[in-house]
Design a protein around this ligand. Structure first.
Ligand SMILES: C[S@@+](CC[C@H](N)C(=O)[O-])C[C@H]1O[C@@H](n2cnc3c(N)ncnc32)[C@H](O)[C@@H]1O
Length: 214
């Protein structure tokens, strides 16, 4: 069964000329939660090989923009409304790039599919993936408009309840979803934060230095 699911989404991605089967996960989230709309500005973290970027670019349309980031390069040139930066989310130059791209604007959605290279040691993979999801959340807390949405992938381990608490503090509604398009053998989940509340105080003071100030 796991093989059939993998095969089905893999084949579907190939048939549609998509860079990865991951496209179908964000497609589910977009459709079910009206996650992005035409004209939106969206951050795509962990964008390579480029499956999410293609779907997000379609959803925001020509008036919108996708800012895509990854350590690796994209498999093929992205759509015209995608601006790609190859770098590490932890590096200051990444934040500087985003700040320049936004030119004083804020984001409507922050999407993270970032994942470490999996070791197969569950507690280790869970810990590192939660660290990446924490960085994505910091980005969202800093750059999202009030009312904006957030999604991040992680492998839920010991740190998961504390992570959820932080997401709950920043969004009106929080959901944990396992998209149909995820491999059945994968323990990944996607944490959705819907409608940024914008009510936290002293946010700038709590940001890591790597995030350029707007
Ligand atoms: C599962 S893949 C993403 C698939 C992608 N969303 C797609 O639709 O094709 C996870 C990505 O996270 C990226 N990543 C991991 N750590 C990162 C970091 N510190 N900064 C930026 N990207 C990172 C990896 O390079 C990898 O390409």
């Amino acid at each position: 069964m796991a093989y059939e699911r993998k095969d089905r989404y893999y084949r579907k991605a190939k048939e549609q000329g998509l860079p990865s089967r991951a496209s179908f996960k964000i497609e589910e989230i977009i459709q079910k939660y009206h996650f992005v709309r035409p004209g939106n500005f969206v951050l795509d973290l962990g964008a390579a090989p480029g499956g999410w970027a293609v779907l997000l670019a379609k959803a925001v349309g020509p008036q919108g923009k996708v800012f895509a980031l990854d350590l690796e390069s994209l498999a093929k040139p992205p759509p015209a409304n995608v601006s790609f930066f190859q770098g590490d989310i932890r590096e200051e130059k990444t934040s500087t790039w985003l700040k320049e791209q936004l030119a004083g604007k804020k984001l409507d959605a922050v999407c993270s599919d970032m994942s470490p290279k999996l070791s197969g040691i569950f507690f280790k993979d869970a810990y590192i993936s939660t660290e990446l999801a924490e960085l994505a959340l910091e980005m969202a807390r800093f750059w999202l408009k009030p009312g904006g949405h957030f999604v991040a992938k992680l492998f839920p381990g010991e740190e998961f309840p504390a992570y959820l608490k932080k997401v709950r503090a920043a969004f009106t509604s929080v959901k944990v979803v396992e998209p149909e398009a995820s491999r059945k053998t994968s323990r990944e989940v996607y944490v959705l934060g819907l409608k940024r509340t914008g009510q936290e105080r002293n946010l700038e003071g709590s940001l890591p230095f790597i995030f350029a100030k707007s």
